[in-house]
Design a protein. Structure first.
Lengths: 197, 197
DNA sequence: GAAAAAAAATGAACTAGTTTAAGACTTTTA
DNA sequence: TAAAAGTCTTAAACTAGTTCATTTTTTTTC
């Protein structure tokens, strides 16, 4: 069977953890919705109740909250082969506190809450897939939550650059500051300092 | 069937997400190892390759790393009804960077790597249990990793006190500082300031 | 229950990161 | 392609949090 490029990407992602038969692949793909989104538009805004989780097949999006002073705090950049969304709102049906905005024209595959539940009934192997996906994410978020309180801003910047060299060049310095957790002004100083070496 | 108190605790924890038959319960319990650990002794030290994940049935433990200057950074306090361990080392068999030390005499139930894998074969429902457990943990670690970079130390302290009122009284101010990500001296100042209100 | 060890409080001098403001540079839009 | 909007840089004054040193209080140990 010949698949579209975006479908190949998501099937490869799934195959990192579980094997699917041709029939299961087709069933799985039938539960997904293709979404195109223009640069600068929103996939989600604070207050929304989100009914989808998303897999990025093309582009880049930023996931962030706004604090009381209106300053953005970026929790992740989602690029090709990443999953994103607000799991808390997806699970509890409570309004999200997140904004998700495309920083490039992007293409996603979404799975709705209903289809997510259906998926486990139809192909129980997906419990394993998500168990392993969440386990892996958990390891990196535990790491990140420790680094947020134990590393200096400069150390966090160097870590980000090393870990995601491909993402650094696709985002603005201002957004990077929002991810590292500092002001754009101080981000500018750090970058000047680190590059001077 | 009559169960030991510690077994009731862990079965209740599991039943938050999945239902087990009597036979499955007994099978599950047979895969667990009971561990007793004295205050001030280590469940795990940096460099160990950990082969267990742990459920706490009694007591309190702190999970932490030491930075280059030897300062401790506490990533969680594990009390009754919590799961702990180093998932990264448990999964990859690489040496851990964590220490886990009992702050009270404690009792745990451990599941070995071999039995963890066996569990999924014998009772596939456990894929679902761990999928949901990890999903829930993920939500709170995403939150924590954002708060680490976006809140002040005082705000993080107030959040911790509100979220875990039962834990605050069981740990030292010094350990709390290690969790909040500040020095014990500054922790002391914050507590004096907040309590003065 | 006394001695030792660890934790907590306090203060002064310091550093990492913020705020505000202004000018230069780059990207977007009409 | 010019104007507008947004991003980046620099610098001075400020604040949150650290470091170091000392004293007091609490907990542990024998």
């Amino acid at each position: 069977m010949l698949y579209k490029e975006s479908h190949i990407l998501i099937l490869n992602n799934v195959s990192k953890f579980i094997d699917l038969t041709e029939l299961e692949k087709q069933k799985y793909l039938s539960l997904l919705t293709k979404i195109s989104i223009k640069r600068k538009s929103f996939l989600m805004q604070a207050g929304d109740i989100t009914s989808y989780e998303y897999f990025i097949t093309k582009g880049c999006l930023k996931v962030y909250t706004l604090d009381d002073d209106g300053a953005p705090h970026i929790s992740m950049f989602a690029v090709e082969d990443y999953w994103t969304g607000d799991m808390a709102s997806f699970m509890t049906k409570e309004p999200t506190r997140y904004f998700i905005k495309a920083t490039e024209d992007s293409e996603l595959l979404g799975i709705s809450r209903a289809n997510y539940e259906l998926l486990f009934q139809e192909i129980p192997k997906f419990e394993r897939f998500y168990r392993m996906l969440y386990q892996k994410s958990l390891i990196s978020y535990i790491r990140r939550s420790n680094h947020g309180i134990s590393l200096t801003a400069e150390e966090r910047y160097i870590e980000f650059k090393t870990k995601y060299p491909n993402i650094v060049n696709r985002i603005t310095q201002k957004d990077l500051a929002g991810y590292i957790g500092i002001t754009p002004e101080f981000m500018s100083k750090i970058i000047t300092k680190v590059n001077r070496r």
